[in-house]
Design a protein around this ligand. Sequence first.
Ligand code: GLU
Length: 450
Amino acid sequence: MPHEEASIYEDALSRLDRAAEVVGLSSEIADQLREPLEALSVSVRVRMDDGSQQVFPGYRIRHDDSRGPTKGGLRYHPEVEMEEVKALAFWMTCKCALMDIPFGGAKGGVCVDPQSLSRMELERLSRAFVQRMASFIGPNRDIPAPDVYTNPTIMGWMMDEYSQVQNELCPSVITGKPLALNGSPGRNEATGRGAYYCIKELESRKGWNPHQVRVAIQGFGNAGQSVASLLFDDGYRIVAISDATGGIFNHEGISIPEVISAKNRKDSAEDLYSSCSVCDCGHCDDTGGRCTCEDCDCPACGSERIDNPTLLELDVDILIPAAIEKQITAENANRINADYVVEIANGPTTSDADEILAEKGVTVIPDILANAGGVTVSYFEWLQNRTARWTEEKVNSELKRIMVAAFEETERFVREESIDWRTAAYSVALTRLKEAISCRGTKNFFNQVA
Ligand code: GLU
């Protein structure tokens, strides 16, 4: 009989089951967490620049609101579909609980290739999507944020559209907004910075000398760039980076500031996305192999072009998947050569790959911990929209405090229960969810009061 692959949501729930055993979760609470609270499926109709109309499927899932209003990003990607959004929303519930911030979990997205749309088409798409979601989201109900291929500009349009629908300014309905439009200092770098704090915790425990630590990063969007910059400034040797086009490898280490400026070059100031790749050479039209132009200082100089599967299998100390889901699977897990995998993407490792990595002795710092800096600073933004602006120093020091506390609590479970970091992170999250759900009234609660 052919082996049927588990859906991404079923795979996500297998993590719930493992941790449920560790913390002795009642079946009542486990059942509640297995099914999302609410799902919205819409058609987003967009008038294109040529006058035609296109219709894009859009989704928003509120997974669980036991600990607070639901929170999570919106992605624009051609592979967005309901099962994926369900898994992403479930991860947000666990992530917010692990960070101990007072939010539940949600996620959404539109199935679209955003890079094929003009800026005006993207704005119309974003505004139309908000109109479809207007009664589903809300400052105390469900608060979106950026995710894959969405950014502060898009969040700004969405906040503006929601405010127009409500007939009043509602800054706290969405986070990750531009600084000029009620955004928070430090939000843009927060996901990468949170992962950086996790790596610094490892560094202090292991006594690493950053100059000797080799790092490979798959994905060079916002989070990949931020973590790369911070590690580079500390002297870490970033030997490989990649994006959707491919990657570069340099045993001596890559000059990250140069790649960031090459990668972010835009054809025009109006463009929302750069069409450049980390592989682009700014000085020649070399398309493969090693860049050989004389006096050229492009990032590809002296680097070898590699593809994404090769990057994942490099012999490095830290591998950072910072792209999309299902990159490390049962198929390639055996060939992962890193000692540590620090997950900045959501869901880059499947559960069967987890088992193989554990057997090989690879330590995985899981997504719900390593990439939680983004939602943590989203929480600060939401707070600032209700009170007063913080300084960037305050944002970063509060982020560090929360990241380190979650890291230490997860580490305690790893030690005391002799379990892997992922199961430990879920165990911390479930312990907090269990408490909140019980306080709202479960069978046990009613039995006790009766
Ligand atoms: N999209 C980010 C995540 O997956 C941030 C979510 C948020 O800020 O609400 O964690």
